[in-house]
Design a protein around this ligand. Structure first.
Ligand code: AMO
Length: 434
């Protein structure tokens, strides 16, 4: 007898097998009954001719509630009535755990269930093959990111998520009570990945949760996401950072297409592989496009969701899905970004994917006097960042890096309508459970 881990691997000549799964559907036609058993990989038909099955077993399998967890042992028989070319005739079965009735939501029913209902009962939602496929693809994406980083000499690190100060602005900080002291959930690993540049670990990457008290309900903002950060030393310009991201993203896209082919087929999607190098636009060029598109944006202002979309549409019409927007005004970028002397600009960039920012980064200010001046200009007190600044006093290489929102990358790759589709248990302004 073989214990089957994957319904897709069953062969007509397997003999007697045991299959574990969920009772997706039961049809009792009187003289014969059918049970569709679903596991992670697919479904298999359990066929029960009443006369050939022990009555107790027949009764048990035909009165099962839908979505019960069961284990069925039976003989594999060739059949031209099923898509797989075989069926299982049961010899014994165990109801591992019976599903209560009614179900909080259907798994295979073709009814449109609201996203809120789906997220409230997410365990059930993820039983759907097309939802499960998203998370299998996310796992493949993480594997590919790690692979590309290691190939390029990056060391994987983990930095603290409970911190004494934030790096990405006070507006999105989550405060926690840390034994009577104020602490903050990490908005990004920014300060730590930069400190690491002074240690000799000259290329680091991290994939970890980032927290933003983002008080807005949009389809691209959540309060907890997985940030993929990279930082590299001894660079001479932010262009080296952009080339690195390009290499990594290209590896991910190609890899997903190849290793995720099965899941992409379940989703009915294919993904395009934009040619490298991705176009480099300047902020000023984008501003012009946005204004031509009818949006009134002042010099130095953020392009905003609408602005990014206008640029995205313009780039798509030219056949470009991924492009960098470079040279943002220094005023619009955080204190750690290097200013472009003698201009209002900075050595910074965003990477946009079909009209949505998925990453930002740049060359960092590694000269401590300039860094302190930038902090002061932004109204920050350098004393709050002493642990960070110390690393700049004793030999800090030039460096630069990026942060990619992994869920935004996945959403764009798979053309999903909402970032919540790419997170198992999303957190947003109104959702703290499950
Ligand atoms: P930034 O704040 O632009 O830069 O964040 C980097 C990327 O993280 C993603 N992101 C989010 N995803 C989902 N929900 C959110 N609320 C959210 N906020 C940000 C986006 C964004 O492009 N330290 C810098 C990066 C660097 O310079 O290395 C930073 O955090 O995809």
């Amino acid at each position: 007898m073989t214990l089957i881990r994957n319904t897709k691997s069953i062969k007509a000549e397997d003999g007697i097998v045991t299959v574990n799964g969920w009772a997706q559907d039961i049809r009792n036609l009187g003289g014969i009954s059918f049970l569709t058993l679903r596991d992670r990989f697919g479904t298999v038909q359990v066929t029960m001719p009443k006369k050939k099955i022990e009555p107790g077993l027949f009764e048990m399998l035909t009165t099962l509630s839908r979505e019960s967890a069961v284990s069925v042992t039976g003989e594999v028989k060739a059949s031209n009535q099923t898509a797989l070319g075989f069926e299982i005739i049961p010899m014994s079965a165990e109801v591992v755990s019976e599903a209560a009735v009614p179900l909080p939501m259907g798994v295979v029913d073709k009814v449109n269930v609201e996203m809120d209902t789906r997220l409230n009962h997410r365990f059930m939602d993820i039983r759907k093959p097309e939802i499960k496929a998203i998370f299998e693809l996310k796992s493949i994406m993480f594997e590919l990111i790690g692979e590309a980083c290691r190939e390029n000499g990056f060391v994987q690190v983990s930095t603290p998520k409970i911190n004494s100060s934030g790096a990405e602005g006070g507006a999105t900080l989550f405060k926690v009570d840390y034994f009577g002291r104020d602490a903050y959930l990490a908005q990004s690993p920014q300060l730590y990945k930069q400190i690491l540049m002074s240690t000799g670990l000259d290329r680091v990457f991290e994939m970890s949760p980032a927290f933003r008290a983002e008080n807005s309900n949009t389809n691209r903002h959540v309060t907890e996401f997985v940030s993929f950060d990279g930082e590299m030393s001894w660079i001479s310009s932010e262009e080296e950072v952009m080339s690195m991201i390009e290499k990594i993203v290209d590896h991910v896209l190609k890899g997903i297409r190849e290793r995720g082919a099965e899941q992409l087929a379940v989703l009915g999607k294919d993904i395009g592989i934009p040619a490298v190098p991705y176009p480099r636009l300047t902020y000023e060029e984008c501003l012009e496009m946005v204004r031509e598109g009818g949006l009134d944006i002042k010099d130095g202002d953020d392009l905003g969701t609408e602005g990014e979309k206008i640029v995205g549409d313009r780039m798509s019409s030219k056949g470009f899905d991924l492009y960098f927007i470079c040279e943002y005004p220094e005023d619009a970028k955080p204190f750690y970004i290097m200013e472009k002397d003698g201009t209002p600009y900075s050595y910074s960039f965003d990477l946009d994917y079909r009209g949505q920012e998925i990453s930002s980064g740049g060359q960092r200010e590694h000269r401590i006097d300039r860094l302190v001046a930038r902090m002061q200009k932004k109204g920050l007190d350098p004393k709050d960042f002493e642990f960070y600044l110390e690393a700049f006093r004793y030999g800090m290489p030039s460096h630069g890096g990026w942060g990619i929102g992994t869920e935004r990358l996945l959403v764009k790759m798979l053309d999903l309508p909402n970032i919540r589709e790419a997170i198992l248990f999303p957190r947003d302004v109104s959702r703290l459970s499950p």
